[in-house]
Design a protein around this ligand. Structure first.
Ligand code: DX5
Ligand code: ZN
Length: 223
């Protein structure tokens, strides 16, 4: 099954005084998803933003809102994120006491479901959920900050996930997040990812030009 290759620019690295314009730029550049990183200062050391920001940018774009929750006990907030405009909600396996209950709660609110694992969590821990979610997010840096270097040792896990879904004939998307650059995109692609989060590589300078470059490359690889 040939999956769509998609870019998901992460607004964590956007210029917040110009957030609307930055979002328009990546939409115009051809991005499919808008990756929105929510951090609570507990699951990860940093704090980013939450519902009010998501609500206010919802009317700026038709892109898929790909909300990455880096928060403890995510089930508490699913309803609010769904109501704020999330289309796809990804939670961390490590943060949920009962992952299946979180999956059910996300579906109950009409959103697609993503599940994520940190660099040190083995694929085997998340494998039982692969037929229950729409997307697996493999973190390729320790979650918490943009602008880090990708950890090459995480690529094996992307490969294991791709082999697993191929073998089982599952449509589950595989997203990678952390340290994705134009120059190393091929590594993630070869490992089997099909959705690519890029924060600093897109918003660092010229979001429109960077998005175009990424999307042209992916379109060419899509064939
Ligand atoms: C990190 C976030 C990422 C981050 C990626 O915890 O989940 O989405 O924005 O930023 P870059 O692409 O700069 O590594
Ligand atoms: Zn993220």
């Amino acid at each position: 099954m040939k999956q769509m290759l998609k870019l998901a620019p992460s607004i964590l690295s956007a210029d917040f005084k110009n957030l609307g314009a930055d979002i328009k730029a990546v939409e115009e550049g051809g991005a499919h998803y808008l990756h929105i990183d929510v951090m609570d200062g507990v699951f990860v050391p940093s704090i980013s933003f939450g519902m009010p920001v998501i609500k206010s940018i919802r009317s700026a774009t038709g892109m898929v809102f790909d909300v990455h929750l880096m928060i403890v006990d995510p089930i508490r907030y699913i309803e609010e994120f769904a109501k704020s405009g999330a289309d796809l909600i990804t939670f961390h396996l490590e943060a949920a006491e009962d992952p299946q209950a979180v999956i059910d709660e996300i579906r109950r609110h009409g959103c697609k479901v993503g599940i994520s694992i940190k660099p040190r969590t083995p694929f085997e821990d998340v494998a039982p959920y692969m037929d229950k979610v729409d997307m697996l997010l493999v973190m390729t840096v320790e979650p918490g900050f943009g602008g880090q270097k990708m950890m090459p040792e995480t690529l094996g896990k992307v490969r294991a996930a791709r082999d697993y879904v191929t073998e089982k004939g599952l449509p589950t998307d595989i997203q990678v997040d952390g340290g994705v650059k134009y120059d190393n995109l091929h590594l993630f692609l070869e490992a089997g990812a099909n959705i690519f989060v890029a924060g600093s590589a897109v918003f660092g300078d010229d979001p429109l030009g960077n998005t175009r470059k990424f999307c042209e490359y992916l379109a060419e690889k899509q064939g």
